[in-house]
Design a protein around this ligand. Structure first.
Ligand code: NI
Length: 157
């Protein structure tokens, strides 16, 4: 009787382990120009609201992008996803379009968007959600760092 209980317990532990969710993050970086300003506001009003980011002749940031996906490790590899494949997807769907570009002018998926860090993170989520699913994982979050002091996170909500 004792043995049976023990056996059942270890079987439960095994089942739980099989369904464990692991979160895995890939970092990529890009450098880009942008400006935060409304055309219907004066230069003074834009400076008041957006500060230095409203500079009429643009300015740049070195962005750091953290893409977190989740899933259960594949038994044969122990991987949730192949991290270099995830890196390739981020480059293909995001980095190639934004790196060394003007985010306000050059990027189709940011068209008509105020290029705040918040809005860029949402747009990056929309670019990645499908290709990450096709890779066999689920997109969990997009974290975008504009400066060392500020970052935003978007969870698709
Ligand atoms: Ni800025």
């Amino acid at each position: 009787m004792k043995y049976k209980t023990l056996h059942l317990k270890s079987a439960n532990v095994y089942l739980q382990k099989n369904s464990l969710m692991v979160y895995i993050t890939r970092r990529e970086r890009f450098s880009a120009a942008h400006k935060l300003a409304r055309k219907d506001w004066s230069e003074e009003k834009n400076y008041e609201v957006f500060g230095k980011c409203s500079n009429p002749n643009w300015h740049g940031h070195n962005y750091v992008l953290h893409v977190t996906v989740k899933g259960s490790p594949e038994p044969s590899t122990g991987f949730v996803v192949d991290l270099s494949a995830l890196g390739d997807i981020i480059k293909q769907y995001v980095i190639q379009f934004v790196d060394h570009k003007n985010l306000n002018i050059d990027v189709d998926f940011l068209k008509d968007t105020m290029t705040s860090t918040e809005n860029i993170a949402i747009a990056i989520w929309n670019q990645l959600v499908k290709p990450v699913a096709e890779l066999g994982a689920e997109l969990h979050s997009v974290k975008l760092q504009e400066t060392e002091n500020n970052y935003v996170e978007y969870f698709g909500e």
